[in-house]
Design a protein around this ligand. Structure first.
Ligand SMILES: *Cc1c(COP(=O)(O)O)cnc(C)c1O
Length: 395
C-alpha cells in the first residue's frame, strides 16, 4: 500500500538515541533546550531592510507533549470559560473543538474558501458576538491563510488569535513564519506529521509571560528548580508550586529525534514540493478534477497535504484504495459530527457552511510525503488519469 503520510526515520536517529541512552538521562533535559534553541533559529519573525531576518527568541517558545495539549492550554492562558465563544473552521482538527468544549466554552464553526480550504476574515466577521474570546486558525495543508485581515478584525474586537500550526511547521506568510503571527501558535511533531518526535509539540506565545505560565501549567505548577537542578539551596528537595499544574512535557528521547529530524526537514520539504508540483503539472487538465489554487508568491508552504476535489469523490477514493493507494480526507467537517452539534448552543449552530459542505462531499487528499519513490508517484498519477480519462466513475 502507498501511504498518504509516512515518517522518515533511520540510522541517524538510532545513532543519536544510542548516544542518549549512554548518558542515563532520558527525561527532559539539555537536548530539549537545544531543540528549542535550534528550531527558534528557523522561525523568522521579520525581515530587516538589509534583507536579513530576525528570529523568534527561545523565551517565546516552549515544548509540550502534543499540539492538542497546547490547544487546551491556550484556552487556560486566555482565561476562556463558560459563556465564551471561540470561532474556528469546521474543517479543523478534532482536538481544537474539544479544547473549546472542555473549558465550558462554545465552538462556533466558520466556513472556508473552496480553493484553499483556509478561512478568511469574511467568513469570521459575521460570527463575532460580544462573547467571542478567540479564533483558532488552521493553515490548511501547509498553505498560510490570509491572516493579517483576520488579526486586524480580531484586534478591533479584542479577540485572541491562535494559530494551529500543525500543518505548516515551516511555512511563512509575507516573510514571517506561520505560528508566530497571531497571539499563540502551536506545532505538532506526532508520528503523522512532517518532523517526527514520536509525540511532541512547540508552543509560541507573543507575550513571554504566557510562556512562563505555561511552563508551570505543564510541569506540576512548579515555580522553582528542585532536585538536581537546584544548585542554590542547601535543602535542594524543597519546592514551591503556584498552580495545580499537569505534567505535559516532552523528554529527551523525543527531543533527540527532533534534533536529527531538524537536520533533515529542509530536504523533506523540497522533496514534498517536487511531488506537489508534479501533481499540479500532471493533473491540471483533467475534466471533473479540481486542484488547489496555486500558492501565492509571498507564501511559503510546508507541503503537508495535497487536496483535490471531484464530484465522483467516493468512487475515486475507493478506486485508488483498491489499487493500493491509501487516500483520506483531512478533516471530516466538525459540524457533521453529532457530538459537536449536541454541545453547541442552537442559535450559534451555524448550519450554513456551503463551502465546507462541498469540501466534505467532494474532497480527498492524495499521498504526499518525502518517502514516496518516483515509481509510486508515477503509479498514482497514472491511476488518477485512468480513472477520469476512461470514465471509470460511470462504471
Ligand atoms: C495532528 C494535528 C493536531 C494535533 O497534534 P498532536 O500533537 O497529535 O496533538 C492538531 N491540529 C492539526 C491541524 C493536526 O493535523
Amino acid at each position: 500500500m502507498i501511504n498518504i503520510f509516512q515518517p522518515s526515520l533511520g540510522e541517524e536517529e538510532i545513532k543519536a538515541l544510542r548516544k542518549l541512552f549512554k548518558t542515563n538521562w532520558l527525561g527532559r533535559g539539555p537536548i530539549e533546550k537545544k531543540f528549542v534553541d535550534t528550531i527558534s533559529k528557523k522561525l523568522k519573525i521579520s525581515s530587516s531592510s538589509e534583507g536579513g531576518y530576525s528570529f523568534v527568541q527561545s523565551k517565546n517558545l516552549t515544548t509540550l507533549n502534543c499540539c492538542t495539549e497546547g490547544l487546551f492550554q491556550s484556552m487556560s492562558l486566555i482565561g476562556i470559560g463558560p459563556g465564551d465563544e471561540v470561532i474556528l473552521p469546521s474543517l479543523s482538527f478534532v482536538g481544537a473543538a474539544n479544547a473549546v468544549i472542555d473549558c465550558g466554552a462554545t465552538p462556533v464553526f466558520c466556513d472556508v474558501e473552496v480553493d484553499t480550504f483556509n478561512t478568511t476574515a469574511k467568513h469570521i466577521e459575521p460570527l463575532i458576538t460580544r462573547n467571542t474570546k478567540a479564533v483558532i486558525l488552521l493553515h490548511y495543508g501547509g498553505v498560510p491563510c490570509d491572516i493579517y485581515p483576520i488579526i486586524e478584525l480580531c484586534k478591533k474586537h479584542n479577540i485572541k488569535v491562535i494559530e494551529d500550526n500543525a500543518n505548516s511547521p515551516f511555512s511563512s506568510h509575507k516573510g514571517r513564519s506561520t505560528g508566530t503571527i497571531g497571539d499563540y501558535g502551536i506545532w505538532s511533531f506526532d508520528s503523522m506529521k512532517m518532523l517526527v518526535m514520536g509525540d511532541g509539540a512547540l508552543f509560541y506565545a507573543k507575550n513571554e509571560d504566557d510562556i512562563d505560565k505555561l511552563k508551570s501549567l505543564s510541569y506540576l505548577g512548579m515555580t522553582s528548580k528542585s532536585g538536581f537542578d537546584n544548585v542554590s539551596s542547601e535543602t535542594w528537595w524543597e519546592f514551591e508550586v503556584n498552580c495545580a499544574g499537569r505534567r505535559s512535557i516532552i523528554n529527551d528521547i523525543n527531543a533527540t529525534l527532533g534534533m536529527v529530524q531538524l537536520e533533515k526537514i529542509d530536504g523533506f520539504i523540497s522533496r514534498r514540493k517536487l511531488i506537489h508540483d508534479l501533481y499540479c503539472e500532471e493533473l491540471s487538465d483533467i475534466e471533473n478534477l479540481y486542484l488547489p489554487k496555486p500558492i501565492n508568491s509571498y507564501d511559503v508552504s510546508s507541503y503537508y497535504l495535497f487536496h483535490v476535489r471531484t464530484p465522483y469523490r467516493n468512487k475515486f477514493a475507493k478506486y485508488l484504495r483498491d489499487n493500493g493507494i491509501y487516500v483520506t480526507l483531512k478533516y471530516h467537517p466538525l459540524h457533521k459530527v453529532s457530538f459537536y452539534k449536541n454541545n453547541t448552543i442552537d442559535k450559534l449552530w451555524n448550519k450554513n457552511l456551503p463551502n465546507t459542505d462541498l469540501i466534505g462531499d467532494t474532497a480527498i487528499c492524495l499521498p504526499l510525503h518525502q518517502g514516496l519513490t518516483d515509481d509510486e508517484i508515477n503509479k498514482t498519477i497514472k491511476l488518477i488519469k485512468t480513472f477520469f480519462n476512461e470514465r471509470i466513475f460511470q462504471k
